[in-house]
Design a protein around this ligand. Structure first.
Ligand code: ZN
Length: 247
């Protein structure tokens, strides 16, 4: 029996182990995938950096680095962060093991896997650029060669489609599924550990290469328990409360 080639795309786990565990379980319930790809910001904000790194490692997730992953290694100036994000980054830095640091330090900024280019922010500026407007998407189609580029960073599930050379359309990803045609796409699967589209459930996407359908999945998890972990760790209150609203 030949297994359908399915791939799961994860982004912005942000040290939320409960959300990541719920997503990994959902992938199993879905029937498993050939490969899980993670688009950066595995740590930062949340209370479980080590646990999230271990979960990605044990699930053999292919990953790139995000701006928070660089910041906790002192490879990015915290002056660019909000005060809460900077505080969480310093908290994280103090708790990383040597092997956590090796893992994060070894992540590439960009990776090509088959028909997918993986980056955190954008192919033009992997650590920095937010791909949320048609204008920025239009420019970025020139910066990758594969049919699809997967991004994170904005924590918003979005799909940009290139039609012809110039025209680009955008839509929010939905669980109904989208058949990817012959065009080129920039796809954001939303955030596992800190969604910002008003839906607090963990967000990720599954792509089935047989029927070429991309589906967004939303997975509930015990948000109150994670919020308590934020507070017990002494992490900023605002970072915990926004989890409940998905903002
Ligand atoms: Zn992020």
């Amino acid at each position: 029996m030949i297994l359908a080639m399915r791939y799961a795309f994860l982004a912005d786990v942000h040290a939320n182990a409960a959300a990541l565990t719920a997503v990994l379980r959902d992938i199993e319930r879905y029937g498993g995938v050939a490969e899980i790809m993670c688009l950066g910001d595995t740590v930062g904000y949340g209370p479980d950096p080590h646990e999230c790194i271990e979960l990605l490692r044990s699930s053999q997730v292919v990953a790139v680095s995000g701006n928070h992953d660089l910041a906790v290694l002192d490879k990015l100036d915290l002056g660019y962060f909000s005060p809460d994000a900077a505080r969480a980054a310093r908290w994280t830095t103090a708790r990383l093991s040597a092997s956590d640091r090796d893992y994060l330090g070894g992540l590439p900024a960009m990776l090509v896997r088959g028909e997918f280019t993986l980056v955190h922010g954008s192919p033009r500026q992997p650590a920095w650029e937010y791909l949320i407007s048609l204008g920025s998407a239009r420019h970025n189609f020139a910066y990758f060669n594969t049919p699809c580029c997967l991004v994170g960073h904005s924590h918003l599930p979005l799909i940009f489609k290139q039609q012809g050379v110039e025209a680009v359309s955008v839509q929010f990803a939905t669980s109904v599924g989208l058949v990817l045609g012959n065009g080129r796409y920039i796809i954001n699967p939303g955030s596992v550990g800190q969604p910002r589209d008003g839906d607090p459930r963990a967000s990720y996407a599954v792509y089935d290469s047989d029927d070429r359908v991309l589906r967004l999945r939303r997975v509930p998890y015990d948000i109150a328990a994670v919020q308590e972990r934020f507070l017990r760790a002494g992490l900023p209150l605002r970072l915990a409360s926004r989890l409940g609203q998905g903002l």
